[in-house]
Design a protein around this ligand. Structure first.
Ligand code: HEM
Length: 191
């Protein structure tokens, strides 16, 4: 059963998720290698500086921050495998996370949730273009379910039990909004 704080985040960001889901160049039928690499570069520019701060915060071991902190490395590995060594511009407007609080958990919800569609996308792209490196989209692999459940459990025990749903939602919305504007500016989002 979905927890109340999870429901708040899901409902409160549904339209934002749809914008990405429908507008990402990644999901267009005619995606080519350049479009895919452009998407990876754009996502990395948003994720890398944010991820460095996010998982360095003072989280309890139970959240497994160390296992969550390597998504930028996966993207870098994909770019390297594709022979793409072009410099990556960093997004200056990603949310500021300064403490291991409900706001940062809302931001983390977006970063962790982005893995959920990855498996589906990886399969689709592997069918279209078998040579594309897909380490990032494959993400946690078999561990996806347990990692997501573990995150939701912590989200509920912190932001949920403490009545900080509104702060968590603010973090999630700021994360989606900054990512959307950034991807658009990097030509990785159609709408
Ligand atoms: C960087 C871009 C994306 C971000 C930040 C993102 C974020 C999220 C988040 C936060 C969730 C969790 C929703 C919940 O609370 O249940 C989610 C779920 C999901 N996303 Fe995305 N998403 C992105 C791109 C995509 C794309 C392109 C697709 C594909 C078409 C997609 C498909 C899905 C699906 C199918 C789920 C639900 C999976 C499940 O319930 O098991 N996402 N995404």
């Amino acid at each position: 059963m979905i927890s109340p704080v999870h429901q708040v985040l899901r409902d409160g960001t549904r339209d934002r998720h749809e914008t990405l889901d429908e507008g990402l160049a990644l999901t267009s039928g005619d995606l080519d290698r350049d479009g895919y690499l452009n998407y990876l570069r754009a996502l990395l520019g948003w994720l890398e500086p944010l991820e460095r701060r996010l998982w360095q915060l003072d989280w309890p071991d139970s959240l497994q921050a160390h296992a969550r902190a390597g998504k930028s490395d996966w993207i870098r590995a994909d770019l390297a495998a594709a022979g793409d060594a072009a410099p990556v511009a960093h997004c200056p407007d990603a949310p500021r996370v300064n403490a291991a609080d409900a706001y940062a958990l809302g931001v983390a919800y977006v970063v962790e949730g982005s893995q959920l569609g990855g498996r589906f996308l990886a399969k689709q792209l592997a069918d279209i273009s078998p040579a594309l490196p897909l380490r990032y989209l494959r993400g946690y692999g078999e561990n996806l379910g347990p990692m997501w459940k573990n995150f939701l459990h912590y989200l509920d025990s912190e932001a949920g039990a403490q009545g900080h749903e509104a702060r968590a939602l603010q973090g999630a919305r700021d994360a989606f909004d900054s990512l959307t504007v950034w991807l658009h500016s990097r030509q990785a989002l159609r709408t």
